[in-house]
Design a binder for this molecule. Sequence first.
Ligand SMILES: [Mn+2]
Length: 512
Amino acid sequence: MKDHLVIFDTTLRDGEQSPGASMTREEKLRVARQLERMQVDVIEAGFAAASPGDFEAIRSIARVIKGATVCSLARSSENDIRRAGEAIAPAASGRIHTFIATSPIHMEKKLRMTPDQVVDAAVRAVRWAREYTDDVEFSAEDAVRSDVDFLCRVFAAAIEAGARTINVPDTVGYSVPSVWGELIRTLIERVPGADQVVWSTHCHNDLGMAVANSLSAVLAGARQVECTINGLGERAGNASLEEVVMAVRTRSDIFPVRTRIDATQIVPASKLVSQITGYPVQPNKAVVGANAFAHESGIHQDGVLKHRETYEIMRAEDVGWAQNKLVLGKHSGRNAFKSRLSALGIILESEESLNTAFARFKELADKKHEIFDEDLQALVSDEELAPASEHYKLVYSHVCSETGETPAANVTLTVGGCEKKASGIGSGPVDATFKAIESIAASGTELLLYSVNAITTGTDAQGEVTVRLARGGRIVNGNGADTDIVIASAKAYLNALNKLQFPDRVDPQGDV
Ligand SMILES: [Mn+2]
């Protein structure tokens, strides 16, 4: 009989802390619904005290999600914990995840607290959290650089105060598998009350070992792994959910645990998160990369055709690859469209927004005869920023690209409802378009990244463009999709400018 391994997904909290990856409430809801469908155990939906927007997003997710525990992160201050408690209040099952730093460097330089004060603060935090829910998780930030005796002391105090899950994070991605496993084993042996809690690990990927360290922790007795879709997260990211889940499943001869994850939902989840955040997945990424399965690449094809196990240890369809099939076409009706959306977990709030989306679907189906799930996701992503909240909007564009001539663009935008026209020239049609837009917006931003990906195959595929802009230390990603990549580019640029119109979350000054 195998133990249950709790999959704690923090795509919406740690993942969202990647530069430019912040998501709107609607986007977070879509990801949360997909996580629920994939049957993760816990969804860390955000950091309630970070901003009113994050608070609202957690509350909305807590209201909607029934099949997973909804969690908010909170520092150990009373205000943070009360905000987290209020945010998760509507949940069928809610958790508060509170943390405090325990390494000498963090205690001295950041918290300016003595070890005794840190233990007291941890105990108070867990007790406040228990006023809202029995399901309280405690993390020792920067555990990797903390003294083991002190970790034992603070964890014992947190358990005594009522924590049910004890999380050991490698906040800075410094550990290696043998050392990390040994630390978990030591803590489980030495901490009084260790047998009454679930031990958890949260590993960062700065040295590329987040998944390996997490799995080593599982072999040492951890029964919760904190991870993200596509390994998204601060800096080099977190342990990737799909790799942890498929390692445990594929090597069930080694791991004494099983998850309840529906693996066929992994690839759809990966694509959704990539599309919403604008973080593409590298082709050779394990499990979810386009080349992850041998039959996709020519060289092994012969061997695979003769006998699949020659090169494959997993089946592409088991993780959801086979689902990329034609779903809708030009003649599909409103009901077929609506039911396909709801199968994808996309619930449009009003009949009016369904009508708008359906009109856009028809438009797209005229240009591109086969419509795939990915096209529908992109269409809805494009639709979601309600026109009323869009400061900049593309009305018209005309672009000339001719051999031997300088590319030129004319654009018409509405800016806060007023129509403005401009033209620009550039080294290519996209460059000319961006210059024309800038001559209206004068945003003072720096372009950090421009990328185009084909959403599906074929030259009639929609191009999905990501534009990353920086201004005054703030970074946003804009996305746009269209069968015309110049128009997709203009949409992505305007989407980024629109995101800069909204105030950002405050820097939470702390992370596990
Ligand atoms: Mn983290």
